[in-house]
Design a protein around this ligand. Structure first.
Ligand code: GRF
Length: 224
């Protein structure tokens, strides 16, 4: 157990730069992780090409191919489960997930969002921040619950809004931080898993218990 990498399933809908950051960090030895599968709900997502280029199994599960949201989520969960991941990473996956998916992976699904949650959940978080006129925004990695970007926060990075920023320039600076933060959080979750000598499933259940009791959810930030 102590020498094994954390096994990841990464869910995507679009560009896949966060997926790429994980793959690059693993390849460079900066992250002891293996991406076991990439699953997209969008058939022509550029992220799928990145997966294929990296030799990672890729699957497409589209909402429109299933009569209900629950059936779609069960198919998605099946594609993820087959890869036996310790952790499921939503990296630009643009759908809300409900119990049919999440209850299969308690405490094991994380998401990256481009704002300092709980500010600016949902779509176009960077634009929302600009329109509100905040001086600082950033990004958040959090556990996923049934709500919209509402799960327990694991860690955040702050990004200053500069005079003259537009959506593109601000998004680009936040994205740089996203890439670092996501890799860092996965590293810490993997380290925690190894320290406890537990599987991802056991660590997730323990985490899920801590979250529902309002306990601390940070992964070894102090130890890191
Ligand atoms: C990122 O800004 C992420 O925070 C948000 O969607 C975007 C995905 O970008 N959830 P990419 O597909 O990883 O390049």
């Amino acid at each position: 157990m102590s020498i094994r990498s954390i096994r990841l399933a990464v869910l995507v809908s679009g560009r896949g730069s966060n997926l790429q950051a994980i793959v690059d960090a693993a390849r460079a030895g900066r992250l002891q992780a293996s991406v076991e599968v990439v699953v997209s709900d969008v058939a022509d997502a550029p992220a799928l090409a990145r997966a294929r280029a990296g030799g990672i199994p890729a699957a497409v599960v589209r909402r429109r191919d299933y009569p209900s949201r629950a059936e779609f989520e069960l198919a998605l969960a099946g594609a993820v489960e087959r890869a036996r991941p310790d952790l499921v990473v939503l990296a630009g996956f643009m759908r809300l997930l409900g119990p049919a998916f999440l209850d299969r992976f308690p405490g094991r699904v994380i998401n990256i969002h481009p704002s300092l949650l709980p500010a600016f959940p949902g779509l176009e978080a960077q634009k929302q921040a600009l329109e509100y006129g905040v001086r600082f925004t950033g990004c958040t990695v959090h556990y996923v619950d049934y709500g919209m970007d509402s799960g327990a926060i694991i860690d955040q990075r702050v990004v200053e809004v500069m005079p003259g920023d537009d959506g593109d320039s601000l998004s680009a600076r936040i994205l740089e931080q996203e890439h670092e933060l996501l890799v860092d959080v996965i590293r810490r979750i993997g380290a925690q898993m190894k320290m406890d000598e537990k599987t991802g499933e056991e660590t997730g259940k323990q985490m899920s218990g801590a979250i529902s009791e309002g306990g601390c959810v940070r992964h070894g930030r102090e130890q890191a």
